[in-house]
Ligand binder design. Structure first.
Ligand code: UGA
Length: 437
C-alpha cells in the first residue's frame, strides 16, 4: 500500500488495523517491520496520501476500493486443523464492510487465500447488500521479504482476477489503472477469480518444490562426493530450468511456503484428489527431512553428542535482510539441539531476543540459551558454529580470530553454503556445508 501511495499521488491510501500499537508503530519513526527501503517510501508518503489509522469504519465508508490484507494462518482447530487456512479474519472483514459501507465498493483480496474464497466473501457481501453493488477482485502479492521494495517497484507480473461480467471487467480495469501507473501494461495480467487465487498458491508451491528438489539432491551429493552448488549451477544453465531458487539450504522457512502448500494439499483432498495432495505434501516432508538431517549431521560429526557443548548459532531469521523468523529453519534446529542438551549462543543482526524466546518456547532465564550482540561473542569458547541465515556480514567475519577463541576441534556447519570451506579448513576448522560430499 505504501508503494501504491508512493507511485499514485492522486490516490489516497488509508491503512487501518484494529491493533492500536501496530498503527502507532506505523505512525512512528520505528516501523514494525524491517524491510530495506521501506522507511523512505513510508516517510515520503505518510501524512500526504498515505495514512495509518484505527478508524476502520470511516476508512471503509470513504474508500472506493478496499484491500483485504489480513493474515490467513494455518487452522489450529477443528476441521482441517494443521492444513486448511483459517479464514475467520477474512470473514470478519467482509462482514464489517457489509455493515459499514454506504455505497458500492470494489473489494480486493490481497491476502493469500484458498481457491473459491472470493465466493464466500461475495456471498456475505451480497446477502447483506441492501442495494449496494460489491465487486470482488483477487490481487495476490508476489513480493518476497528482504527484497520487497524492488519486487514492488518492478514486479515480474501483477495478477488481477475478477468476474468476467461487464461490472467485473470494469472493476478489474480500475485496479489495472492503479498498477499501470508504474508497471508496464503487459505485465499486468488479468484472469478469472479462481485462476488468480490458484495461481498464488501454485507459484509458492513451485518455488518451494524447487528448493525441496535441490535439497533432496543435496543428501545424495553428500553420500556420493558430488557438490550441490556445482550440480545446481550445471542444471540451472539449462534455460528450461533456469538458475533461480536452486540454492540448497537448511530448509525453507517463512510465513508462506509451508502454509500455502498445506492449504493446497487440503484443497486437493477436499476436491477428492488424494494423489495430487500427496504429491505436494512431499515438498513439505522433504523440507522437514532437510532440517532434521542437518541437525543429525551436526551431532554425528561432533562425536555423537552435543550435550553441554557450546554451539554458536549465526542467524535466526528465515532469510537475510528481514527480522522475520516465522517457520525459520533455525527454530527447528535450535529445538533439536536443546533436546540434546546443547548450550546454544544465538546471534542474529535483526531478530529480537523476545522473538527468539517465543519461537523456542523458552523462558528468559533458560540456562541453555544465550543471546549475543555479535558473532565474535557467540563463538567464544564454542565447540561449533552453525550458519543458519545467509546474512552478508557472516561472509566477512574474521574466521581466523574466531577459530583462535574456539574449542578444538572447531566445527563449522554452513547451512547456507555461503562460506569458502577450503579457506576455513586451511585455518583449521572442521568445516562442512550442505550437499558437499
Ligand atoms: C515467498 C515467495 O518467494 C514470494 O514470491 C511470495 O510472494 C511470498 O513467499 C508470499 O507468499 O508472501 P518469502 O517467503 O518472503 O517469499 O521469501 P523467499 O525468498 O521465497 O524465501 C523463502 C525461504 O526459502 C527462505 O527460508 C529462503 O532462505 C529459502 N530459499 C530460497 C532457499 O532455501 N533456497 C533458495 O534457492 C531460495
Amino acid at each position: 500500500m505504501a508503494m501504491i501511495a508512493h507511485k499514485c499521488k492522486d490516490h489516497t491510501v488509508t491503512v487501518v488495523d484494529i491493533n492500536q500499537a501496530r498503527i502507532d508503530a506505523w505512525n512512528s519513526d520505528t516501523l514494525p517491520v524491517y524491510e530495506p527501503g521501506l522507511d523512505e517510501i513510508v516517510q515520503g508518503a505518510r501524512g500526504t496520501n498515505l495514512f495509518f489509522s484505527t478508524d476502520v469504519d470511516t476508512a471503509i465508508r470513504e474508500a472506493e476500493m478496499i484491500f483485504l490484507s489480513v493474515n490467513t494462518p494455518t487452522k489450529t482447530y477443528g476441521v482441517g486443523a494443521g492444513r486448511a487456512a483459517d479464514l475467520r479474519y477474512i470473514e470478519k472483514c467482509a462482514r464489517k464492510i457489509a455493515e459499514v459501507a454506504e455505497d458500492d465498493k470494489i473489494v480486493v483480496e490481497k491476502s493469500t487465500l484458498p481457491v473459491r474464497t472470493a465466493e464466500s466473501v461475495k456471498r456475505i457481501l451480497e446477502s447483506n447488500s441492501n442495494g449496494r453493488q460489491f465487486q470482488i477482485l483477487s490481487n495476490p502479492e508476489f513480493l518476497a521479504e528482504g527484497t520487497a521494495m524492488a519486487d514492488l517497484e518492478a514486479p515480474d507480473r501483477v495478477l488481477i482476477g475478477g468476474d468476467q461480467t461487464p461490472e467485473g471487467k470494469a472493476a478489474i480495469q480500475k485496479l489495472v489503472d492503479v498498477y499501470a501507473t508504474w508497471v508496464p501494461r503487459e505485465r499486468v495480467l488479468t484472469t478469472n477469480l479462481w485462476s488468480s487465487e490458484l495461481s498464488k498458491l501454485t507459484a509458492n508451491a513451485f518455488l518451494a518444490q524447487r528448493i525441496s528438489s535441490i535439497n533432496a539432491i543435496s543428501a545424495l551429493c553428500e553420500a556420493t562426493g558430488a557438490n550441490v552448488d556445482e550440480v545446481a549451477h550445471a542444471i540451472g544453465t539449462d534455460s528450461r530450468i533456469g538458475p533461480k531458487f536452486l540454492k540448497s539450504s537448511v530448509g525453507f522457512g517463512g510465513s508462506c511456503f509451508q502454509k500455502d502448500i498445506l492449504n493446497l494439499v487440503y484443497l486437493c483432498e477436499h476436491f477428492g484428489l488424494p494423489e495430487v495432495a500427496a504429491y505436494w505434501n512431499s515438498v513439505i516432508e522433504m523440507n522437514d527431512y532437510q532440517k532434521h538431517r542437518f541437525c543429525r549431521r551436526v551431532i554425528s560429526s561432533m562425536f555423537n553428542t552435543v550435550s553441554d557443548k557450546k554451539i554458536a548459532v549465526l542467524g535466526f531469521a528465515f532469510k537475510k535482510d528481514t527480522n522475520d523468523t516465522r517457520e525459520s529453519a533455525a527454530i527447528y534446529i535450535c529445538k533439536d539441539l536443546l533436546e540434546e542438551q546443547a548450550n546454544i549462543a544465538i546471534y542474529d543482526p535483526k531478530v529480537e531476543v523476545a522473538q527468539i524466546q517465543r519461537d523456542l518456547e523458552i523462558d528468559a532465564d533458560n540456562k541453555y540459551v544465550t543471546y549475543c550482540e555479535s558473532a565474535m561473542e557467540a563463538t567464544k569458547d564454542a565447540h561449533a558454529i552453525l550458519v543458519l541465515t545467509e546474512w552478508d556480514e557472516f561472509k566477512a567475519l574474521d574466521y581466523k580470530k574466531i577459530y583462535e577463541q574456539m574449542q578444538l576441534p572447531a566445527f563449522l556447519f554452513d547451512g547456507r553454503n555461503i562460506l569458502d570451506l577450503e579457506a576455513l579448513a586451511e585455518i583449521g576448522f572442521e568445516a562442512s556445508g550442505i550437499g558437499k560430499g
